[in-house]
Design a protein around this ligand. Structure first.
Ligand SMILES: Cc1cc2nc3c(=O)[nH]c(=O)nc-3n(C[C@H](O)[C@H](O)[C@H](O)COP(=O)(O)O)c2cc1C
Length: 371
């Protein structure tokens, strides 16, 4: 069988040998933004997973732009050095063709929270909370921090922080840079009428609400050489009557494309607390397909995609170029190997690991019957 999932894809200038991506996943395991040994093992495992595209977790462009005290950052030389160690080690063991990306982010009004396993709620007095910022002084949810409304100077400084973090990411040699414009963080907050109530040039109608996102897009573009693939993760819907709809996602993707962005990843939800209803298998696919069809840009999606055949069907027949897996990857760090097996594709493995696939190991899971 010829597999579309295991066929190459061009993310602009960057060719990946298959269409499996690992979605960005916060690990809450950094020290003052610096990657630790936790990231080292994680990303080295990602590198061998069989997914050709690896996108590292949301990485704060400023210290205050991190979600929690444990989130990764790229705002200091120390952060840059620590991430360089991880990237260098992961590249050394990566399966052929694996490309590494970083997701640049600012958490906006969703910053200053507990790490995920402590409940993700806002930090309280005594827990070293910090001042959060947003387009408008509206909290994310009840009892959350009331963010400071950004003034022009801080808006420009934040845009500049994206540029500076891009310079660091380029210096580190990332193949891909993804701007995080989804999940209720700062860029999404400017885009969505739910969080942006401004009446100056940064708010108002759809075009004005895109000003800040596009100013960031341009700042990142200006710092990234053409050989680096640039993309953005956007929201396909806010799931709210007054919120962003798929038409807004198409518009945003089109604007990114006009600025020479190479790909879009369509996700959804979380502009307000509880703002993502329970959803079914591959729930973002219809919006992603619409974005791809109407904006004409390479499109990835994620969200409850866990089965290789389902992933194959999505890229082969449902109008999406690339799929990303998050929780399935944690559940099975060799998800890409299993997918290759199930789809009858031979994955090029490092010589040290080839014996597991030659049937010499009786307990063998890798040669279990196809099914
Ligand atoms: C532990 C964890 C951390 C996450 N961190 C991020 C993140 O840093 N950036 C992001 O855009 N999405 C993040 N997400 C969302 C995932 O990238 C993905 O879109 C979501 O989990 C749905 O995919 P899945 O059903 O394959 O898990 C995270 C998800 C999980 C489970």
């Amino acid at each position: 069988m010829t597999s579309v999932l295991f066929s190459p894809l061009d993310l602009g200038p960057v060719r990946v040998p298959n269409r499996i991506a690992i979605a960005p996943m916060c690990q809450y395991s950094a020290t003052d933004g610096c990657a630790t040994d936790w990231h080292l093992q994680l990303v080295m495992n990602y590198a061998m997973s069989g997914a050709a595209t690896v996108i590292l977790e949301a990485t704060g462009v400023t210290r205050e732009g991190r979600i929690s005290h444990g989130c990764l950052g790229l705002y200091s030389d120390a952060c840059e050095y620590a991430l360089g160690r991880v990237l260098h080690a992961a590249r050394a063991v990566a399966l052929p063709g694996t490309k590494f990306g970083i997701q640049l982010a600012h958490a906006g009004r969703k910053a200053s929270t507990h790490v995920n396993w402590m409940g993700s709620g806002p930090l309280r007095a005594g827990e070293s909370p910090w001042r959060t910022i947003a387009p408008s002084p509206l909290p994310y949810g009840e009892n959350w921090h009331v963010p400071t409304e950004l003034d022009d100077a801080e808006i420009n400084a934040t845009i500049d922080a994206f540029a500076q973090a891009t310079r660091r990411a380029v210096r580190l040699g990332f193949d891909i840079i993804e701007v995080h414009a989804a999940h209720g963080y700062l860029i999404h907050e400017f885009h969505s009428p739910i969080a942006n109530k401004r009446t100056d040039k940064w708010g108002g109608d759809a075009e004005r609400r895109l000003r800040f996102p596009m100013a960031v897009a341009e700042a990142v573009r200006a710092e990234a050489p053409r050989g680096v693939a640039l993309g953005a993760r956007i929201t396909g819907t806010d799931y709210l009557d007054d919120g962003l709809k798929v038409e807004d996602a198409v518009r945003m993707a089109t604007e990114f494309k006009k600025r020479d962005y190479d790909f879009i990843c369509v996700s959804s939800g979380n502009i307000v607390l509880g703002g993502r209803p329970a959803s079914g298998v591959a729930f973002n696919v219809p919006n992603a397909a619409r974005v791809r069809a109407e904006a004409g840009i390479v499109t990835r999606t994620a969200g409850l995609i866990a089965e290789p055949r389902q992933a194959e069907e999505i890229v082969a027949t449902r109008g999406v170029d690339q799929i990303a897996i998050a929780r399935a990857q944690i559940d099975d760090p060799r998800w890409g190997w299993r997918a290759a097996e199930k789809l009858g594709v031979k994955l090029e493995l490092p010589p040290q690991m080839r014996r597991v696939t030659t049937g010499q190991w009786a307990g063998l899971q890798l040669v279990r019957p196809q099914g």
